[in-house]
Design a binder for this molecule. Structure first.
Ligand SMILES: [Fe+2]
Length: 294
């Protein structure tokens, strides 16, 4: 039977305010951290946290893409459920998982107030109960503790870019899914899977997936109507949001090594949506330019 947190789609809208003279909105996804795994690269993770902290401003929006902690994969959780463990054993596992979840929350606590939410990954803990809320996932605890939303496995997020006056400048339409495998080991294959999301969600412009630990994004331009009689170019991106899990460390066991998979390019990808004010024949508009950084 499906669990209450399984297969959930969410839709949310947020407002972000830019100056009337123009400004930039920063979308910063992060995921596949596997924070409690011994192969989580704490050096790269620390660099990301420091950069993100130093960079962030009033128009920065972070987005959790899943697999924040490693314990445990969905198949491991099925194995645990089938093992019929004693209550004390399950309580102890809950306690360990809670410590791991709290350590992750502490690391990203500076993002509070700037988080779009937390996508659910396939690596997560599901609390058995006891002192904790039964059937609650680690991602749900993170969202609750940091005052944001748990977004299920798939989410549509509309960022309404506004001026202080309330005037709407643009809508950035994001579709995020923890993800599916890339369907191939070549560099380009993972992005084909992300592009397929646009067959389901036709009006998006930023499509994001994690899961396969690849990093980067490909642009694609579509023609989109922006008004009654105005059709213009819209630059979309199909992004894979990276990972912090190392592989091929000497004498360290890893499923990546065992399977002969390619190692992940560690780190994150981020997007800058720059809005430049234009005045043509007295009419004010804002030109949008997207920049992807990885
Ligand atoms: Fe992962």
């Amino acid at each position: 039977m499906a669990k209450p947190w399984d297969g959930i789609f969410s839709a949310k809208e947020v407002d972000v305010v830019i100056p009337a003279a123009g400004g930039t909105v920063y979308i910063e996804p992060f995921g596949d951290v596997h924070h409690d795994n011994k192969s989580c690269c704490k050096e790269t993770w620390g660099e990301f946290l420091e950069d993100a902290y130093n960079r962030m401003g009033p128009t920065t929006l972070f987005l959790g893409m899943g697999d924040y902690i490693d314990m445990a994969s969905s198949s491991e959780r099925k194995g645990l459920a089938a093992a019929g463990l004693h209550d004390t054993t399950m309580d102890n596992l809950d306690i360990i998982a809670n410590q791991n979840i709290n350590a992750f929350i502490e690391d990203i606590s500076f993002m509070q107030g700037k988080l779009l939410g937390f996508i659910q990954g396939n690596h997560d803990w599901v609390f058995e109960g006891g002192p904790y809320e039964a059937d609650k996932t680690g991602s749900q605890v993170m969202a609750e503790d940091l005052g944001t939303e748990w977004l299920g496995v798939s989410s549509r997020i509309t960022v309404n870019v506004k001026l202080r006056s309330g005037k709407l400048v643009d809508k950035i339409k994001i579709y995020a899914n923890h993800g599916k495998g890339g369907g191939g080991s070549t560099v380009g294959a993972p992005f084909n899977t992300v592009q397929k999301m646009s067959m389901t969600f036709g009006d998006g412009e930023l499509f994001l997936m994690g899961h396969d630990h690849s990093l980067g994004g490909l642009p694609s331009t579509v023609l989109s109507s922006r008004g009654d009689d105005d059709v213009g170019a819209l630059r979309c991106y199909y992004g894979r949001t990276g990972s912090f899990l190392r592989a091929y460390e000497p004498n360290v066991q890893s499923y990546v090594t065992a399977g002969g998979y390619k190692p992940a390019t560690l780190g994150v990808i981020r997007y800058e949506y720059k809005f430049t004010k234009r005045v043509i024949d007295g009419a004010i508009s804002y030109k949008k330019k997207v920049n992807q950084i990885s």
